[in-house]
Design a binder for this molecule. Structure first.
Ligand SMILES: *[C@@H]1O[C@H](CO)[C@@H](O)[C@H](O)[C@H]1NC(C)=O
Ligand SMILES: *[C@@H]1O[C@H](CO)[C@@H](O)[C@H](O)[C@H]1NC(C)=O
Ligand SMILES: *[C@@H]1O[C@H](CO)[C@@H](O)[C@H](O)[C@H]1NC(C)=O
Ligand SMILES: *[C@@H]1O[C@H](CO)[C@@H](O)[C@H](O)[C@H]1NC(C)=O
Ligand SMILES: *[C@@H]1O[C@H](CO)[C@@H](O)[C@H](O)[C@H]1NC(C)=O
Ligand SMILES: *[C@@H]1O[C@H](CO)[C@@H](O)[C@H](O)[C@H]1NC(C)=O
Ligand SMILES: *[C@@H]1O[C@H](CO)[C@@H](O)[C@H](O)[C@H]1NC(C)=O
Length: 538
């Protein structure tokens, strides 16, 4: 880890920082190599936690939990994977913490996704979500600067600043207070984006609805766990919520004026010089046309940062309404401190988008007989309804799923519906089949959903993790968990994608969000299915 990778507000932290500066390896190379001691199972997984002096955040609660889990998990390889992954964000990605220059009470935390010195709204929110179960309910504990709650507040405050600076953007530069220079984004150098932004503040400006939802999710988690209502009325949280609402409402507008057919000015456009169609938007930056007044919110890009085929991205709309409702309860709780009518406006918008999801996001498709492998097509085509991944409001739909969360597979995980929902169950069956989802990857190593980001043939462990989190079926959970465990190439970390038939071909050695999600899944099994952690995965 480089000298400037760790910033602390305590002198002790600074001294430790200086002491480690010579010896701490850069985690992007450290995570590509195997380190002893290896785990005792057949996968002999590497130990991947950095040396204590090189860790970017210390949490005694996390250390206690890791110790506790030695009894809960029997399989030595499975325990090692948990031990490496669960603390990964705290160990490696807390790039800087401090306070706002103009308000010494306003905590800030700058969290990187991995090897780029930039903070994604989605990733940083998800990275903290893994630690939600450790949020301190006791106000005295939560107030401490080494608490998980302090990290949450730091990220919420910094995200609020980002959203007020550039609400259409997805990834941001270090705050000036950190003294860390802005990172260069070569890929973005040819971008033509409206509204324009400053590269000193923004790393990349892809408008993604789930980035807005991520802020609301993080806020809801913090509030539900701590009930710390005063925090939300103190800094920039309310203006950020208003910015989100204005942005999402603007993005419900259609492409044409319904009265006279004029092309309406779009609140957002994006083009890039690239050889990948998923890195730019069709129609000179507008994206595919959408019908207005259907009530869905457009997302120019997917949570993979790839361009949407059709802008009404259903899982992002689902996640958005779920946490708009969550955040509305915070606003309501703030009472007089919040602008009049704001909570009602949020709940009204939530209800109308939810209605539109059920009306336009559920589409008929030809049913597939998954047992025999045949389509029920031809003369007497049998039709069933499923959630589409994307629609345009005219009748076109992308029937598929992409591994990145929010996905359709993850809908019960972020609480939009229950996993027993009939439409969800049909959709799930389709998504998890190579006959129903063009981005389902089949192979001898990992059978899972992928996506255009890493391309055909590359399965994403993240989707396997989500599959476990949304399953009640012990056999399904065990077989998927076995595959995940076998697919780390001996490195003991969760990769972004893995060749579905060759575990030694993978992308991204340092993907903190996926690591945290694996840890979260193990903690979920400890509560829901502890017996599955008491068996062998050899
Ligand atoms: C974490 O604790 C170790 C001692 O175990 C210390 O050397 C290191 O500086 C601490 N890290 C931070 C970010 O405080
Ligand atoms: C560890 O286990 C003990 C005993 O089961 C329990 O009281 C404690 O809360 C656990 N700690 C954590 C961090 O899970
Ligand atoms: C502090 O500065 C930020 C911009 O960095 C601004 O949005 C905010 O309103 C300021 N707060 C105060 C209390 O001046
Ligand atoms: C189309 O109608 C809108 C009002 O709905 C109006 O603002 C606009 O000027 C009209 N454009 C043309 C070309 O008539
Ligand atoms: C599809 O066809 C198979 C026989 O080819 C049949 O068993 C199955 O029930 C059909 N599925 C539906 C949904 O009609
Ligand atoms: C995956 O690995 C197999 C076996 O090494 C290889 O044939 C195939 O081309 C690889 N697929 C991709 C997408 O790289
Ligand atoms: C798997 O990929 C590795 C690295 O690219 C390669 O060396 C190996 O031959 C591949 N294995 C098979 C079975 O193709």
């Amino acid at each position: 880890m480089r000298r400037d990778h760790i910033h602390q507000f305590f002198l002790t932290g600074l001294l430790a920082d200086m002491a480690c500066s010579q010896s701490c390896p850069d985690y992007s190379s450290y995570s590509k190599a195997r380190h002893e001691p290896f785990s005792a199972g057949k996968y002999a997984l590497s130990y991947q936690r950095p040396d204590p002096a090189c860790r970017t955040f210390n949490s005694s609660a996390v250390e206690a939990l890791l110790t506790n889990m030695t009894d809960a998990i029997t399989d030595p390889d499975l325990y090692r994977l948990f031990q490496n992954t669960f603390p990964n964000t705290l160990d490696t990605a807390i790039r800087w913490r401090g306070h706002a220059a103009n308000n010494s009470a306003e905590e800030l935390a700058f969290i990187i996704t991995g090897d780029i010195d930039a903070m994604w709204l989605r990733d940083s929110a998800n990275q903290l979500q893994s630690y939600m179960s450790l949020l301190e309910p006791d106000p005295a504990q939560a107030a401490k600067p080494d608490s998980i709650a302090s990290l949450y507040r730091g990220v919420i405050n910094l995200q609020a600043r980002y959203l007020l600076t550039a609400p259409f953007c997805n990834s941001f530069q270090p705050p000036p207070e950190s003294g860390i220079p802005p990172a260069k984004n070569g890929a973005a150098s040819s971008d033509q984006v409206f509204p324009p932004y400053s590269p000193d503040a923004v790393f990349e400006c892809k408008y993604e609805l789930d980035s807005l939802a991520a802020f609301l999710q993080l806020s809801t988690s913090y509030y539900e766990s701590t009930h710390d209502i005063s925090f939300f009325g103190t800094f920039q949280w309310l203006p950020a919520v208003q910015a989100i609402l204005a942005t999402a409402k603007a993005m419900t507008r259609g492409t044409y004026d319904p009265q006279n057919g004029t092309v309406l000015p779009s609140p957002y456009t994006f083009t890039r010089q690239t050889t990948r169609s998923t890195e730019t938007l069709a129609n000179d930056g507008l994206g595919s046309p959408v019908r207005g007044e259907v009530g869905l919110v457009r997302s120019a890009f997917r949570p993979s940062d790839d361009a949407a085929l059709f802008p009404f991205l259903i899982p992002a709309n689902m996640m958005f309404v779920r946490y708009l409702a969550g955040a509305a309860l915070i606003v309501r709780e703030l009472g007089e401190k919040a602008p009049r009518g704001l909570a009602e406006e949020m709940l009204g918008f939530e209800a109308s988008v939810r209605e539109a999801i059920e009306k336009y996001g559920v589409v008929p498709v030809m049913s597939v007989d998954y047992e025999s492998g045949g389509d029920n097509g031809s003369a007497a085509a049998v039709v069933e309804t499923v959630y589409a991944y994307e629609v345009d409001g005219y009748g076109a739909a992308a029937v598929m799923d992409d591994a990145n969360v929010p996905s359709l597979l993850a809908a019960p995980l972020f609480g939009y519906l229950a996993n027993t929902n009939e439409v969800y169950q049909r959709t799930r069956k389709r998504i998890l089949s190579d006959r129903g989802n063009p981005y389902f990857m089949k192979g001898s190593v990992l059978n899972s959903v992928g996506g255009p980001h890493a391309g055909p043939g590359m399965a994403w462990p993240m989707a396997s993790i989500v599959r476990i989190l949304t399953s009640d079926d012990d056999d399904e959970i065990v077989s998927v968990l076995k595959e995940i465990l076998s697919s780390t190439d001996g490195l003991g970390l969760i990769h972004e994608s893995v060749n579905s038939s060759n575990a030694s071909q993978w992308t991204r050695q340092w993907f903190s969000w996926a690591n945290g999600l694996f840890g979260e899944m193990i903690l979920d099994l400890r509560l829901r299915k502890p017996h599955l952690l008491q068996r062998s995965y050899q």
